[in-house]
Each structure stands twice: as C-alpha cells, then as structure tokens.
Design a protein around this ligand. Structure first.
Ligand SMILES: C[S@@+](CC[C@H](N)C(=O)[O-])C[C@H]1O[C@@H](n2cnc3c(N)ncnc32)[C@H](O)[C@@H]1O
Length: 253
C-alpha cells in the first residue's frame, strides 16, 4: 500500500490481491494499551443494527446523495470511518487506490464482508481518523460520511485530513450538523447525551462546517440537505467539498 505508515496488523487487501499486513515500526496507530473503539457490547449490537436503522433514510434519498458525492472521488482515495461500507457501490471505477479506514472491529467485520461480496478492490485499515497512517500530502481524496459527528477529537481528525491531502486534494463529506433552528438546536442539545449512548458516540449537535474551516481546510462547495425519514435531531445535513487552505490565502491581495 503506497505511502501507508500503519502499525500492528492494520491492513488487509480485499479482492484481487493476497492479504497483506503492512508493518511499520514508525508511528503507532494506537497508543500502547489503547483498545479499539467498538469493543463494548452495545458497539457490537449497533454495528449489527446500523444498516437496518439507516435503511429507510438510504431509500429516501441518501443513497442518491452518496452517489453524487462520490462521483467526484479521484486518485488515491481514503475513506475515514467506512462503517459497514454503504459507500462502496458508489465509488467510480479507475481510482488509483481505495483505502477504507475503520477503527471499530465490529464495523470492520461488516465492511470486509460487503467488500468481499463486491467486485471493488480496497484496503481495509484499522486506524482512527485522528491518527491516519499516511504520509503528508499523499492522498487525493478523503471521504467522510457521518463520521465527523462521531470522532472523539474532530479538530485532530480534520488536521490529519489536511495533513495527508495533497495541495490539490479534496475532502468530500456528508455530515449531519447542528441546526440553525433554535427549536431544533434546543432538542439537539437536550438529547445529545442519550443519542450519543444510543448511536455509539455520535454527537447530534456538532457544528461541523465551522470546525472544517478552523482546521486547515476551506469549504469550496457546500449544500444543505435533509436526512429524510431519520430522527429530526440528525436531519440537518451538509454535503460538499473542502480543500487544503492555501497558506495565508485569506489575507492575499
Ligand atoms: C455513523 S457511522 C458512519 C459509517 C459510514 N461512514 C456511513 O456513511 O454509513 C460512524 C463511523 O465512524 C467510525 N468512527 C468512530 N470513531 C472514529 C474515529 N475516531 N476515526 C475513524 N472512524 C471513527 C465508527 O466506527 C463508524 O463506523
């Protein structure tokens, strides 16, 4: 896997290549003693329930939004928090490489199964978005769909994304976000705790667009949408593309 700085047992190639286990004594993906997320019972149950839970939303428009977004993927592509692999059918042919990063073991099992049933070739890597095992400026496209709501340190994850992207690279995203409606924000804040427990760490009230621009990326194209047929607290969506900020760009003449 080109430029992959993984650690212990981090990657398996699915379809068309022997299973590989790149080992690099350099930067560890997890700190010593740190467990994979998703080791709890509920995380395993959530991984089983995930596809049925989002199924109606996928049918009600999200699948088409994934397809539109991912038609813009190009070159060496890294998807963070690949989950059960719902994006896999939508990637265009002809990518240089596809790497699916997923730190949750239960999700990864499902991702590998879906990949095995598809004709797509991809690496599956066990790593958190906050510590991506890729060299600086080595990735053309990073994909994040419904992940920046869940990562524990979204600022670190976004800085990692900015670090690994080439200067002309892109982050393609669909994320549910903090509402602009005071009524809905009230409920997002009130229900943030229970929702986080139910949805395996997801924060329904996170202001992700604002985070993206404070962490070394520039929003180039962003549209607002709705995650139809899902609970109102996760309905407000943003989708689009962000690029590495040009150094000092906003102050240029
Ligand atoms: C709501 S699911 C979204 C799955 C998939 N991206 C999709 O669009 O259906 C959130 C995913 O983020 C993953 N995740 C959680 N914390 C993460 C982290 N720190 N780095 C990368 N992925 C993480 C979870 O394991 C889970 O697979």
């Amino acid at each position: 896997m080109r430029g992959c700085r993984g650690a212990r047992m981090v990657a398996t190639m699915q379809n068309g290549a022997p299973k590989a286990t790149p080992v690099d004594p350099g930067k560890p993906v997890k700190a010593p003693g740190e467990d994979s997320i998703g080791s709890g019972v509920w995380a395993r149950v959530f991984a089983v329930l995930y596809d049925p839970f989002v199924w109606v939303g996928e049918r009600a428009g999200l699948r088409a939004q994934r397809e539109e977004l991912l038609s813009h993927a190009r070159g060496r592509t890294v998807e963070i928090g690949g989950g059960t692999g719902l994006n896999l059918p939508h990637y265009p042919n002809g990518l240089d490489e596809l790497v699916m990063v997923e730190p949750d073991g239960a999700m990864r099992v499902r991702l590998e199964k879906r990949l095995g049933r598809s004709r797509r070739q991809a690496w599956v890597v066990d790593a958190p978005a906050e510590r991506l095992p890729f060299a600086d400026g080595s990735v053309d496209t990073v994909v994040s769909t419904f992940v920046l709501c869940t990562v524990d340190a979204p600022d670190l994850a976004l800085r990692e994304i900015a670090r690994v992207l080439r200067p002309d690279g892109q982050l393609l995203f669909i994320e549910h976000v903090r509402s602009e409606s005071p009524t809905l924000v009230y409920w997002q804040d009130r229900l943030a705790g229970p929702w986080r427990h139910f949805a395996a760490g997801c924060r329904c009230n996170r202001a992700t667009a604002e985070l993206i621009v404070t962490c070394g990326l520039e929003l180039e194209r962003v549209s607002e949408a709705s995650w139809h047929a899902m609970p109102p607290i996760v309905r407000p969506l943003i989708a689009g593309r962000a690029c590495p900020a040009k150094a000092g760009g906003q102050f240029d003449d």
